[in-house]
Design a protein around this ligand. Structure first.
Ligand SMILES: Nc1ncnc2c1ncn2[C@@H]1O[C@H](COP(=O)(O)OP(=O)(O)OP(=O)(O)O)[C@@H](O)[C@H]1O
Ligand SMILES: [Mg+2]
Length: 476
C-alpha cells in the first residue's frame, strides 16, 4: 500500500529487516498522517523517531539534540524546502538527510542531492520502500562510523616511522628497528616484494643519530652493469670516453649518512668484491683515480631473494653476505599478519580522501574479500589495488564488484559462491549477471544508459534489475 496523505498504513510491528544500527531520526512533514506513519515504521525497525511539522520546529529540534538522519519533505508550506535542507546541513553537517518529493518533481530531488541530501523518495511511497530506505541510511551510518573508528585506530596505532601495523610480528620488528637505528652495523632487510623493505630502511636511518645526514637508496637491480662501478664509486675526469669532469659516486654522496643497497642480490660478482673492500677498508677508489678516498657511511641492504641459497650456488660472495648480515630483520608477508589489513586499508583510504577531497568507504563484503585474499604483492599490491579501485568507483561506497577480479571472485565462506560441495568457484548465473551489470556501471562512471547499450539489454530491464539489487543492499 502506498503512503499518501489520505491513507494510514498497516504497520508490521515485527521488524523484517534487522536494523544495521541504531538510528535517531527526525521526521519533518506538515502532513500529520505521513509523519506518524513514518514514525511508526521507524519504531517498528527499532529506531527512535521525532516529528516536526515545520522547518522552524525542525531547526529547534536539531539545536536541542543530535539526530543521525532527517526525513525532510521538500514541499513544506510556504516553500523553501531546499533552503531548509541547507540550514539543516549547516547545523548538522554529519546528519544524513533524505528528502521526500512529490510525484513529478524529481528535478527538486536532483537539486537536493547536489545540495548534500543523501537520497530521496517520491510520494507516494510504500512501507517497504521506507523500510529499505531507513535500513540503507542506518547501514551507511554504521559504515561511516566504522571507517571513522578505523581511522582513529590508525592514527593511534601507527608503528615506527609511519609504518602501519600492530601484529605481534610487527611489534617485534619495531623493537629491532629501534635497536638497529642506534647501532652503526650493517643491517640486511629481508622480505617479499612490497612488504616495506625500503620503508623500514628509511625508518632505521631517520630514527638514528645521523638522521640529518643523507639517506641514499640505490637499486642494484636497475643499474646498468657497465655503469655500476662509476655510479657507486664515482669517477675522475678522463676516466673513460665522455668523462669530461669528475663526479662523486653514490657512496660518497651518502657521506656521514646511510646508503641503502636495495636488491643487493642483483649485484654482479665483480662489483661484490669491490663493495666488500670498500666496506672493510672504509675507503673507495673512484674509477680512473689512483687516490683512495675515506668514507664514513652506514650500510643497509635489502633483498627479496634467498641470499643464503645464492651463496651456496656461488652467485653471491659468502664474505660479503656475512658483512651485510651483521644484523638482520625479516618483514612478514601481509598474509602472515592479516589483522593489519583493515589498518592498512584505513590508512590508505584516509590518504586518498585527503588528496582527492572525496570520502569513499568499503562495503562489509568488499572488506571481507580483501581480508580473505593472499596479497602476493603484499602492501604495495594492497595500496595499488585501493588506488585503482578508488579512482574507478563513482559512488561513495566501494563494493566487492569494484575490486580486481582476483579478489572479487574469491570464494567466500558465507557467500553464495561457496556452495560447499567442492565447486566453490562456480557462481550462480544471477550472481554473475549482477556483478557484470554493477561492474559495467562502475566502469562507465554511473552512465546507466551506456551500460545498458553495451550490455545489450533494454534500459527498463537494467533499471528493474538495479531496483532489485538496491533491495538487496547494493547502491546503484
Ligand atoms: N607497513 C606499512 N605501512 C604503510 N605503508 C606501507 C607499509 N609497508 C609498505 N608500505 C607501502 O607499500 C609500498 C611498498 O613499500 P616498499 O617500497 O618499502 O616495499 P619493498 O619491500 O621495498 O617493495 P619492493 O620489493 O617491491 O621494492 C610503499 O608505497 C610503502 O609506502
Ligand atoms: Mg623496494
Amino acid at each position: 500500500m502506498a503512503m499518501t496523505s489520505a491513507a494510514l498504513l498497516p504497520i508490521n510491528t515485527t521488524p523484517q529487516i534487522e536494523p544495521a544500527n541504531f538510528l535517531n531520526l527526525l521526521i519533518v512533514d506538515d502532513e500529520r498522517a505521513i509523519r506518524e506513519a513514518c514514525r511508526e515504521v521507524a519504531i517498528s525497525l527499532g529506531y527512535s523517531a521525532y516529528m516536526a511539522d515545520s522547518a522552524e520546529q525542525a531547526f529547534r529540534a536539531l539545536d536541542a539534540q543530535n539526530f543521525d538522519a532527517v526525513l525532510l519533505d521538500l514541499r513544506l508550506p510556504g516553500g523553501g524546502g531546499l533552503d531548509a535542507l541547507r540550514r539543516i546541513k549547516e547545523r548538522r553537517p554529519e546528519a544524513v538527510v533524505v528528502v521526500v518529493t512529490g510525484f513529478g518533481t524529481v528535478q527538486s530531488a536532483v537539486q537536493a542531492m547536489k545540495n548534500g541530501a543523501y537520497d530521496y523518495v517520491t510520494k507516494p511511497f510504500s512501507v517497504e520502500e521506507l523500510k529499505l530506505l531507513l535500513d540503507r541510511v542506518a547501514s551507511h551510518l554504521k559504515l561511516k562510523s566504522e571507517n571513522r573508528m578505523l581511522r582513529e585506530k590508525v592514527k593511534s596505532k601507527q608503528g615506527y616511522g609511519g609504518i602501519v601495523g600492530r601484529a605481534p610480528e610487527m611489534e617485534k620488528l619495531y623493537r629491532i628497528i629501534a635497536k638497529a637505528a642506534n647501532s652503526v652495523h650493517p643491517v640486511l632487510i629481508l622480505g617479499e616484494s612490497g612488504t616495506g623493505k625500503e620503508m623500514v630502511a628509511r625508518s632505521i636511518h631517520y630514527s638514528g643519530p645521523f638522521r640529518d645526514k643523507p639517506f641514499i637508496p640505490v637499486d642494484c637491480g636497475s643499474l646498468v652493469p657497465t655503469l655500476i662501478e662509476s655510479e657507486l664509486f664515482g669517477y675522475v675526469r678522463g676516466a673513460f670516453t665522455g668523462a669530461n669532469q669528475s663526479k662523486d659516486g653514490l657512496l660518497s654522496m651518502a657521506e656521514g649518512g646511510t646508503i641503502f643497497l636495495d636488491e643487493v642480490g642483483e649485484l654482479p660478482v665483480d662489483l661484490q668484491a669491490k663493495l666488500l673492500r670498500a666496506i672493510q677498508e672504509k675507503e673507495i677508489r673512484p674509477v680512473g683515480s689512483t687516490r683512495r678516498v675515506p668514507i664514513n657511511i652506514r650500510i643497509l641492504a635489502a633483498t627479496n631473494r634467498d641470499l643464503e641459497h645464492a651463496v651456496m650456488q656461488g652467485s653471491f660472495r659468502r664474505d660479503l653476505y656475512f658483512r651485510l648480515n651483521v644484523l638482520n630483520l625479516r618483514i612478514p608477508a601481509l598474509r602472515e599478519r592479516r589483522q593489519d589489513i583493515p589498518l592498512l586499508i584505513g590508512h590508505f583510504l584516509e590518504r586518498m580522501t585527503r588528496t582527492s577531497g572525496q570520502e569513499k568507504m568499503l562495503s562489509d563484503d568488499a572488506l571481507k574479500a580483501m581480508l580473505a585474499y593472499d596479497w602476493p604483492g603484499n602492501v604495495r599490491e594492497l595500496e595499488n589495488c585501493l588506488e585503482r579501485t578508488y579512482a574507478f568507483t563513482s559512488g561513495p561506497l566501494i563494493h566487492t564488484i569494484d575490486l580486481p577480479p582476483e579478489i572479487a571472485d574469491l570464494p567466500q565462506q558465507d557467500s553464495p559462491s561457496a556452495n560447499g560441495n567442492g565447486s566453490a568457484k562456480i557462481l550462480p548465473i544471477a550472481e554473475l549477471e549482477k556483478r557484470t551489470i554493477l561492474h559495467a556501471i562502475s566502469e562507465l562512471h554511473g552512465d546507466k544508459l551506456q551500460a545498458a547499450r553495451l550490455l545489450g539489454i533494454g534500459k527498463t530491464t537494467l533499471y528493474r534489475k538495479l531496483k532489485d539489487y538496491a533491495a538487496q543492499g547494493y547502491l546503484s
